[in-house]
Design a protein around this ligand. Structure first.
Ligand code: AMP
Length: 399
């Protein structure tokens, strides 16, 4: 009997899990699935890439009954995440006759209205388009008895919380709500108390640490040599699939231009000024291996699951230390190893320190062999001393 069978999931879901090739539940799955099957509300906090999607989808699909439409609503902060979760939900409901529809902005209404005409059991949506369709009278949420609010802190950052509140109010009062947020600032705690009934709190690992399987390095470099070093790193690194993060859209576009003109790599770019169609193509192409590199702003960093990302390079140290964890979460997913490199210039030392404090780990400073460095004092910095672990106290002697 597989360990998934012991969790109490339905037969069709177990078959779908087997088809996905999952053998052992991840810790968040092992803890959430029995609780969700019991019907309890959940507040879940977990590192990125830990199998959260299956943790909420498998028990809900196991419990869904035919005839009540729509019955399950998943809210996601970005279109890309909503699309990704839709694919997983389709995979997990492969052996059940359940219809789903994906609703997000940035595209026409036609296909989404057709999808609604099919009486979907499952709705996966971003808040803006969902409210828009409800307000235009195309659908109602009064039959929704399973509600998943995913990446709630991201929704807060993006200003969606008032919309999410309205949406929660439109779902059935007798419902089960599963709530996931990597961080719990006070605004989210208050929101959770309002939206959930007697929730079970599930937290896996330290909230702050990126996947344990990732190796981190800072590459100190003079500001003027950033692009040159980036090009050299890309050329000398033995990556299979590489994500590069920038702070701004302008940086993303200019790096895209530089790498496509000066290297042989096939490079895609992803940020919010790029049309939805092209964003979808960029991601699909990166997933399929048509592009070896994708350059993205933080828009793409949260939650996106691209399997087999071997390397992440940060063009600049993120201004917000938490973003470092989300970016790095793209590699080393599901226990695969990954490397995370970050270019570091003199004006980013405070940000670098903040990242180290946030993840509670000193990050190695590395130089690229054979690169013709312009001198900067950063290059003389001593490698950090390893963090000393406190010894456990010696056992007391009996007198
Ligand atoms: P998530 O955190 O839901 O984005 O999942 C991260 C990655 O782990 C995805 O590629 C999943 O397909 C994969 N995954 C989730 N659960 C398992 C499992 N129990 N065994 C193996 N891979 C898994």
């Amino acid at each position: 009997m597989s360990q998934f069978e012991e969790l109490g999931l339905s037969k069709p879901v177990l078959r779908a899990v087997e088809k996905s090739g999952y053998e052992t539940p991840t810790p968040i799955q092992a803890q959430s699935i029995p609780v969700a099957l019991e019907g309890r509300d959940i507040i879940g906090a977990s590192q990125t890439g830990t199998g959260k999607t299956a943790a909420f989808s498998l028990p809900i699909i196991s419990k869904m009954t035919p005839g009540l439409q729509p019955q399950w609503l998943v809210l996601e902060p970005t279109r890309e995440l909503a699309a990704q979760v839709t694919e997983e939900v389709k995979r997990f409901s492969f052996y059940r006759p359940l219809n789903s529809v994906l609703l997000h902005g940035g595209v026409g209404y036609g296909e989404q209205l057709d999808g609604l005409d099919n009486n979907p059991d499952i709705i996966l949506a971003t808040p803006g388009r969902l409210l828009d369709l409800i307000e235009k009278g195309h659908m109602s949420l009064s039959s929704v008895k399973y509600l998943v609010l995913d990446e709630v802190d991201r929704m807060l950052d993006m200003g969606f919380l008032p919309d999410v509140r309205k949406i929660v109010n439109m779902c059935a009062a007798e419902r089960q709500t599963l709530f996931f947020s990597a961080t719990m600032p006070p605004a989210i705690q208050t929101f959770a108390e309002w939206a959930l009934k007697d929730p079970v709190e599930i937290e896996i690992g330290e909230r702050r640490s990126p996947a344990e399987t990732v190796k981190h390095a800072f590459y100190p470099v003079a500001m003027d040599q950033r692009d040159e070093l980036m090009l050299a790193l890309v050329q000398k690194t033995d990556y299979k699939s590489l994500m590069i993060f920038t702070r701004t859209k302008k940086e993303a576009d200019s790096l895209h231009f530089m790498l496509t003109s000066k290297s042989d790599a096939k490079v895609a770019v992803l940020h919010s000024d790029i049309k939805q169609n092209d964003r979808t193509k960029a991601l699909a192409g990166f997933r399929s291996g048509e592009f070896d590199i994708i350059i993205a702003t933080d828009l793409a960093a949260r939650g996106l699951d691209v399997s087999g990302v071997t390397h992440v390079i940060n063009y600049r140290v993120p201004e917000n230390a938490e973003d470092y964890v989300h970016r790095i979460g793209r590699t080393g997913r599901a226990e695969k190893e990954g490397d995370a490199f970050t270019l570091l210039s003199g004006d980013e030392l405070d940000n670098a320190k903040a990242v180290e404090v946030f993840i509670d780990k000193k990050i190695e400073r590395r130089k690229l062999d054979g690169f013709d460095y312009i001198y900067t004092a950063l290059l003389d910095e001593q490698p950090p001393k390893p963090v000393r672990k406190r010894r456990p106290p010696a056992p007391r002697r009996r007198r």
